[in-house]
Design a protein around this ligand. Sequence first.
Ligand code: GRF
Length: 207
Amino acid sequence: LRLAVFVSGSGSNLQALIDATEAGQLPGIEIALVICNRPGAQGLQRALNHKLPAIYLPWKNREEAERRATALIDLFHIDLIVLAGWMRIFNPDFTAQYPQRMINLHPALLPDNAEETYTTSDGSVIPALRGLHVVQRAIDAGLKITGSTVHYVIPEVDAGPVLLRSEVAIEPDDDEERLQTRIKEHEHLLVVEAVRKYQYQLDTKKK
Ligand code: GRF
């Protein structure tokens, strides 16, 4: 399974995938391409440090950038695209090229479909936080539980069938930074597990 990982920032989730593949924890899975839309991003550097094919793809002109991204995905024979801290929204036409082949990591709990709420394991009904600043918004909403979701990408933003989620408790003295850090710790396991699950599902479908 050949992965393309799209990053915009620190790339700590990319690092988790790199570490897992290097440690032999993801047999049959290869990070075949890293695409980054910000020239100085740490995520890009992480890829280069591990000698992975990494490309800075400016995103000023979206159509042009998406054409180039499509060409790269073809050229590198990518099976699965992982959006790990990717901060750009795609045109629906771009997304539509990769049904069931693109997943996104989102730092909040999302329901299985377009519903507006999600029910946590302790039975509380919380709002589905989509879009930006969801860690702060979870605190502002007074939630006791938030988390992270890996979902398939569809044209609607932060929607699409869920592959995996992880719940994270919000502590009374949490601020955005502290909570974000804890969510990321969960995500580093979650993103690896999600790729493993994807591969497993693919294998069982083939049989
Ligand atoms: C993660 O929290 C992810 O859920 C969100 O952006 C963050 C990326 O972090 N979409 P990193 O760049 O992997 O460190």
